[in-house]
Write a protein that binds this ligand. Structure first.
Ligand SMILES: NC(=O)c1ccc[n+]([C@@H]2O[C@H](COP(=O)([O-])OP(=O)(O)OC[C@H]3O[C@@H](n4cnc5c(N)ncnc54)[C@H](O)[C@@H]3O)[C@@H](O)[C@H]2O)c1
Length: 247
């Protein structure tokens, strides 16, 4: 399965970096598209991989990246940021809009630009990053939860529209993984990792490499009949009703 060209947005860190390593190990040519650290991450992956420094909400920059590539087989729409975690009555609307803009509008811009090329070439695969926050309601997580639920629905919409032209669109919905995004929330005292692990049926956090494996599978020919799904990679979080004494 070599020589596929795989764009990974936000590929310089965290889940994106684990995913870059997974596709590189499979012989793919990886394009790391990130606000920061793209060239350095591509160099760490080795020869044949490239970095593109861009903001995924910048439509012109996204189009320029796509125009500069000879082919695009896979897009992993992974770039994202956390939300404020403030009580809803104190949430800042500029920050609220920024979270929606990066996760939903940004992911759409990159998917649209890549799909044009994929359709011309006869097909491709897109994997978007949703979250447990898009599946279960979490207090104070308004923008992020809405964005991640929006990504799951956009995944279904695009999958239905592009199924007949060979482009599969799926998503993964990870549970908490210890990346820079989560470390920031821990250091700011906004989340309690012990409490989170107690809530997870497997009793642990998810390793970024486990999310990368699910992304890799959904993008592979082994998933050729799978399109429009959001695959939970969450240690059982979404399956668990958490009834406590009521169960
Ligand atoms: N870590 C978790 O627990 C977790 C759980 C569920 C879903 N997710 C989702 O997985 C994805 C990756 O998260 P992570 O934890 O690896 O985050 P991270 O902060 O470790 O890495 C995110 C990367 O995205 C890049 N990025 C941010 N905004 C960008 C923009 N506008 N344009 C281009 N690049 C941009 C950052 O520079 C960074 O390299 C996100 O979509 C996140 O919402 C994470």
């Amino acid at each position: 399965m070599s020589e596929r060209v795989v764009i990974i947005t936000g590929g310089a860190a965290g889940i994106g970096w684990a995913t870059a390593q997974r596709f590189a190990a499979d012989g793919c040519r990886v394009v790391i598209a990130d606000l920061t650290g793209a060239d350095e991450a591509a160099a760490r992956l080795g020869a044949g991989h490239t970095g593109v420094t861009l903001d995924i909400t910048d439509a012109a920059a996204v189009e320029a990246m796509v125009a500069g590539l000879d082919r695009i087989d896979v897009l992993v729409n992974n770039a994202g940021i956390g939300d404020s975690h403030l009580p809803s009555l104190e949430q800042d609307i500029a920050q609220f809009r920024k979270v929606l803009d990066i996760h939903v509008t940004g992911a759409f811009l990159v998917a649209r630009a890549c799909a044009r090329r994929m359709i011309d070439a006869g097909g491709g695969a897109i994997v978007n990053l949703s979250s447990i926050a898009g599946v279960t309601g979490l207090p104070r997580r308004n923008a992020y939860g809405a964005a991640k639920a929006g990504i799951a629905m956009m995944t279904r919409s695009l999958a239905c529209e592009w199924a007949g032209v060979g482009v599969r669109v799926n998503a993964v919905a990870p549970g908490y993984a210890r990346t820079a995004l989560v470390e920031k929330l821990v250091s700011e005292g906004r989340i309690d990792l012990d409490a989170i692990q107690r809530r997870v049926p497997q009793g642990r956090l998810i390793d970024p490499s486990e999310i990368a494996e699910a992304i890799w599978f959904l993008a592979s020919p082994a998933a050729s009949a799978i399109t429009g799904v959001t695959l939970s990679v969450d240690g059982g979080w979404a399956a668990f009703g958490d009834f406590g004494d009521a169960s």
